[in-house]
Design a protein around this ligand. Structure first.
Ligand code: GCU
Length: 625
């Protein structure tokens, strides 16, 4: 392609803008997360780990509650068991006390069901060290909530946030060939100044809930990269040969003359770009390709190479934008037939973390005829967003800024921003993910709106190719026939999304007959939650709350109300796919620690309301065809 001076300058301007945004990313991001981890060589550290339950944190503080020094043999990151009978050793790791990783601790031992506190995990492992200058990183898919990580008695770091990945570099000198001992202090206690805060309507499963691995990478390696279609603001379909905009970030400045190669074998496409620094902008046009959509979830193998490193991923190419009052996927308006999902497998009362778990949850959603899922209220396991890519399911991904967070605190905002960055870095090449949500049902106030606005701005800085949103709350005490969603945060989101429970938290279901909804914002409108409890198998007349008949009636009235929604109404993700554990639900007859708003009960049985919602989606699908 011959470049005139004019477009040479344009290219310069574009690449400068991209580098600046990429550098703004590096500058602010204290997150040195390695993305696309599955493509990396690694030592699998999953399996049985020994543990010590430590509610008083005796392994961390002395009896004066002062943090123990690193070399203090009393500290639980020093693991040797009692060596001889005269030795006073009051802790140790033995197989008798073992637990599975990944996995929450609550479902593994009955005495842990309600446990909130500290448990120490220990894993021994051997490594064949190669002395070729490779780097080693300990990678955790997620640990709820605070993780203090030690290797061979040395502290590697501390991470907070129960649903996003993190990694710590392991200094070569610290790593041994034999008997490395890895200790993780896991503490899932809730605090007012954390994210989430003290109160949630979900079970506070604790533990090392997702995979752990020792990742091996070259000295200079590809830390993260984005290969996505350029943000579409045209309202039109992307060009047949669409434009890619992205970047490649190395862990450190490249050697002089370093070349970065992007290759897409199936498209016989190969592009070499001279590295322009630690982060290099990508901007090129691809040959004609199959765009990704729920109907055609086409993924392409994308290989990213440097002189010393190579990684690859399966990526779908699509554009998504809020355009006026519509949501356009590849330039075409879509309606999101959604369902909200918790990252839980109810029939085993545990956090979801396996490939089968992801398959079960998306299969259940597809049986409802959904084309979209809202992964609530925290980033779910990476397996489900990758599976959504290949199954063609649109995804709303959210950070747990839930209910009444301490919006006044800069420190809390920073904690939320770290989780936001980790969520986006992990999944910014997932075609299925179309919405980043920065929170749920946060009470309206200027300090809150500033807090949330700052998160929305940060999300756009990190990734401007997707929509940003948050689940807004409606005030039931002020319900009228026409309810206006005018939360001030609506001004800053791309998608105005709100939760309404008309007929459960507000009046009886027939209230829907005289109720309408709208928003003053000239933006797409989405209902991110609606629902009522129905205990599976409990049958009565439709006026009896908690019966399947009441829930069925609830959905019947909702569906007729939804038929009167304004043109800007682009979808809904009812609450919720499955009944789920909640410490807030203690009706002894109908709830017993379960939120019963599922379309499926905790054993996986469909409830009567399931068929009402599916019927509505089948009809919508026919109409929108
Ligand atoms: C809220 C909230 C959910 C909760 C649901 C309910 O709106 O967002 O987390 O479980 O309503 O009350 O069942």
């Amino acid at each position: 392609m011959y470049l005139t001076n004019k477009n040479k300058n344009q290219m310069k301007k574009i690449s400068l803008a991209l580098i600046l945004s990429a550098c703004s990313l590096c500058a602010i991001a204290q997150v040195n997360l390695i993305s696309n981890i599955d493509a990396r060589t690694a030592v699998d550290l999953n399996g049985k780990w020994q543990y010590i339950v430590d509610p008083y944190e005796t392994g961390f503080y002395d009896y004066r509650y002062k943090e123990l020094k690193e070399d203090n043999p009393e500290a639980y990151w020093n693991t040797d068991v009692q060596q001889n009978r005269t030795e006073k050793k009051e802790h140790g790791y033995v197989d008798k006390y073992s637990i599975n990783v990944p996995g929450d601790w609550n479902h593994q031992q009955p005495e842990f069901t309600f446990y909130e506190g500290t448990i120490w995990y220990k894993k021994s492992f051997d490594v064949v060290k190669d002395h070729t200058g490779n780097k080693y990183f300990l990678y955790f898919g997620a640990v709820n909530y605070r993780a203090d990580v030690y290797l061979n008695g040395k502290k590697l770091g501390m991470h907070k946030g129960g649903f996003t990945p993190f990694n710590f570099e392991v200094p070569q000198a610290l790593l041994k060939e034999k008997d490395n001992f890895l200790v993780v202090k896991v503490d899932n206690k809730r605090h007012a100044d954390e994210v989430p805060t003290l109160n949630t309507d979900w079970w506070n499963y604790g533990g090392i809930t997702r995979e752990v691995k020792l990742v091996v990478v070259p000295g200079t390696f590809i830390q993260d990269f984005v290969v996505q279609l350029k943000k579409n603001t045209t309202g039109k379909a992307p060009a047949k040969s669409p434009e890619v905009q992205g970047w490649v970030k190395l862990n450190q400045a490249p050697v002089a003359g370093e070349l970065i190669t992007i290759e897409i074998p199936e498209l016989k496409y190969k592009k070499e770009i001279k590295a322009s620094g630690q982060t290099t902008a990508l901007n090129f046009v691809l040959p004609k390709l199959q765009l990704w959509s729920p109907e055609t979830p086409k993924l392409y193998q994308v290989i990213v190479r440097t002189q010393t490193d190579r990684t690859e991923d399966k990526i779908g190419f699509r554009t998504i934008e809020a355009h006026g009052i519509q949501v356009l996927l590849n330039g075409k308006p879509i309606f999101m037939r959604g369902i909200s999902i918790h990252g839980e497998i109810p029939q085993e009362v545990r956090r979801a973390y396996t490939q089968e778990d992801a398959a079960q949850l998306l299969r259940q959603a597809k049986e409802l005829n959904c084309n979209m899922v809202r992964l609530a209220h925290y980033p779910h396991d990476e397996k489900i967003t990758r599976l959504a890519d290949s199954l063609g399911v649109l995804v709303w991904s959210e950070i747990p800024v839930y209910w009444t967070i301490d919006f006044k605190s800069q420190e809390v905002l920073d904690k939320a921003k770290v989780q936001l960055e980790e969520m986006i870095i992990r999944d910014h090449n997932r075609a299925s993910v179309i919405i980043w949500s920065v929170g749920n049902e946060t009470p309206v106030s200027p300090v809150r709106t500033n807090f949330m606005h700052s998160l929305l701005t940060r999300a756009r800085e990190l990734d401007n190719t997707r929509m940003v949103s948050a689940a807004l709350e409606v005030n039931y005490s002020a319900l009228n026939d026409l309810n206006i969603v005018d939360d001030p945060l609506g001004e800053f989101v791309d998608l105005v999304a709100f939760n309404e429970y008309l007929g459960w938290y507000g009046g009886l279901p027939d209230k829907c007959r005289t109720t309408n909804w709208d928003t003053p914002y000239n933006k797409p409108l989405f209902i991110s939650e609606t629902g009522g409890d129905g205990k599976g198998g409990f049958h009565a007349d439709s006026l009896t709350r908690f019966s399947e008949e009441y829930q069925e009636w609830y959905y019947k009235e909702q569906v007729s109300m939804l038929k009167r929604m304004p043109a800007k109404y682009v979808g809904i993700s009812p609450w919720v796919l499955n009944d789920f554990r909640s410490p807030r639900r203690n009706n002894p007859f109908y709830q017993e620690g379960w939120n019963r708003k599922g379309m499926y009960d905790e054993k996986g049985n469909k409830k009567k309301a399931f068929y009402i919602l599916k019927g509505y989606y089948d009809q919508i699908q026919k109409e929108k065809k």
